[in-house]
Design a protein around this ligand. Structure first.
Ligand code: PGA
Length: 263
């Protein structure tokens, strides 16, 4: 089969770090560091907290910073009496391009269900943005040998029933929960097997063409020094980076490595 021509996507998930002043500084710094890089083969997104989005959008536009604006979450309704929530059209209006959906922290700490993940994903697509749908096994599931079953059920619950041409444009992030924020990264070979399995599941849900176009990121303790090896895996199309995306220097180093290592 021909080599896949999927563009890489490196995304920085800032979680609940950086107020808008710190965010402005970080994105300005990132702009300077990315300016000299060849980003011909890699897309980059940053996902700040909601209160930073407007400020970060302004810096990106004013300075021509080569990153897309991302969000970490949203509600599935366009508007309504949902105290504390933010809607997809509000994000789209701000120029948000990517929205993380179903991050394991939202699933475990805020009780987000597979059904909610599916509804948010569809709302994000409806408003012209790209969801980054997170799936991943716990350490116990890994020890029990049910990783593939877990990935399959989460992927099916999120993507099942979507038309193939919509599936083709999505991003899935494989994030083993035991690797998030722990300093323990999946072995690149294991990340490949998991991402390959997700692609197979997607082919069964949609079709081969959609599965070959859909991008799959790896996430969980990604750092500049483990990026290159992860990126040589054929089914790893990018990275979802938490802690190491908070500093412009380390995030830019990851982006550089991701763009520099062909598979
Ligand atoms: P980490 O987080 O890189 O800090 O492990 C990844 C994520 O939660 O998306």
């Amino acid at each position: 089969m021909a080599r896949p021509s999927r563009r890489r996507l490196v995304s920085g998930n800032w979680k609940m770090y950086h107020d808008h002043v710190q965010a402005i500084r970080t994105v300005q710094d990132l702009g300077l560091r990315l300016a000299g890089l060849d980003l011909g083969a890699v897309d980059v997104s940053v996902h700040p907290p909601f209160t930073d989005l407007r400020s970060v959008q302004t810096v990106i536009e004013d300075r021509g910073v080569p990153v897309a604006l991302g969000a970490q979450h949203c509600h599935n309704q366009d508007e309504g009496a949902f105290t504390g929530e933010v809607s997809p059209p509000m994000l789209a209006r701000l120029g948000v391009r990517y929205v993380i959906v179903g991050h394991s922290e939202r699933r475990t700490l805020f009780g987000q269900t597979d059904e909610e993940v599916a509804a948010i994903l569809r709302a994000v697509v409806r408003h012209g943005m790209t969801p980054i749908v997170c799936v991943g096994e716990t350490e116990t599931e890994r020890d029990q040998g049910v990783t593939h079953a877990r990935l399959e059920s989460q992927t099916k619950a999120a993507l099942g029933g979507l038309p193939a041409q919509q599936v083709a444009g999505l991003v899935v992030a494989y994030e083993p929960i035991w690797a998030i924020g722990t300093g323990r990264t999946a072995e690149p070979g294991d990340a490949q097997v998991a991402c390959g399995h997700i692609r197979q599941v997607v082919a069964g849900l949609a079709d081969d063409e959609a599965a070959q176009s859909l991008r799959i990121q790896y996430g969980g303790s990604v750092r500049p020094d483990n990026t290159a090896e992860l990126m040589t895996q054929p089914d790893v199309d990018g990275l979802l980076v938490g802690g190491a995306s908070l500093e412009a220097a380390s995030f830019a180093a990851i982006v550089r490595e991701a763009g520099a290592n062909p598979r």
